[in-house]
Design a protein around this ligand. Sequence first.
Ligand code: 5RP
Length: 264
Amino acid sequence: MEWGMKNRMAQLIKPDGHCFFMPIDHGYFQGPTSQLEKPGETVQPLLPYADALFVTRGVLRACIDPSNSLPIILRVSGGTSMVGADLANEVITTSIEEILRLNAAAVGISVFIGTDYEKQTLMNLSNLVNDCEEYGIPVMAVTAVGKELEKRDARYLGLCSRICAELGARVVKTYWCENFEKVAQGCPVPVVIAGGPKCETVLQVFEFVYDGMQRGAIGVNLGRNVWQSEHPVGVARGLQAIIHEKATPMQANELFNDIKHGKA
Ligand code: 5RP
C-alpha cells in the first residue's frame, strides 16, 4: 500500500484495529432527518467519541469547522430521494477534484445489489475505485437496501460485502444480522456495521454492536441510534467503550446510565 493510502486508513482505523464512524449523511436522500435538522449542532457534542464523520460535501462545507474536524469520509453517491421513483438509481455526485480539495480521508458510496440498478451502482463503485486509488484515497462501499429492510440476512449481506471487496472497496459498510461471522469471514477487507432505524432500547444497540464485533466487524458506522437518542452523548460513550475499550453491553449500558443521570 502506498504511504497516502496507509496514512488515510490509519486516520480511520485506530491502532487497536477498530473504528467508530459517525454518519450524518442521511439528508442526501431523506432531507432534514429528525434530530439532524442542524447537523453541525447535532454532531458537536459527539466529536470526542467518534473517529470519523460520514458526510456529504454540502453539509461538510456549511456545518463542519475545517479547523476542528474529525477525519472525513465523504459521501459521494446520490441523485435520488425518498419521494422519487427508486432509491437505488444512484450516480456518483462528486468529482475526484472535489474529493481532493476537501481533503477527504475516504469516500463512501452505496451499491444496491439485486435491484434494477445493480450493474449501474456496481459500476459507480468500480469507477470510483479507479479514480480514488490513483490518489491513495480509500473507498468505503455501503451495501444499501433502500426501503427493503427485510433483505438484511447473512446470505444476502455476505454476497453484497464480498462483491464490494472484489470490486476494490477498502472497507465495507453493511448491516448487522444473525450469524454475522458469515458476512465478515467471506469479506477480505474490514467490515463495519451500519445501524439502521432506531432500536427500542439502548441496550439493544449495545448488544448488536458487541455481537457484530465478536463475530468479526471492526467497528460501526452508526448514526440514528446515536443522535436520535434522548441522550446521544451517553450512547456515543457506550459505543466507544465497546469498540475501543472491550466493554460488554452491560458495562456500556452502565456508562450510558451514568451520563444520563449526570453522574459522569
Ligand atoms: C445513510 C447511510 C448511513 O451512513 C447509514 O445508514 C448509517 O446510519 P444509520 O446508523 O442511521 O443507519 O448510509 O445514507
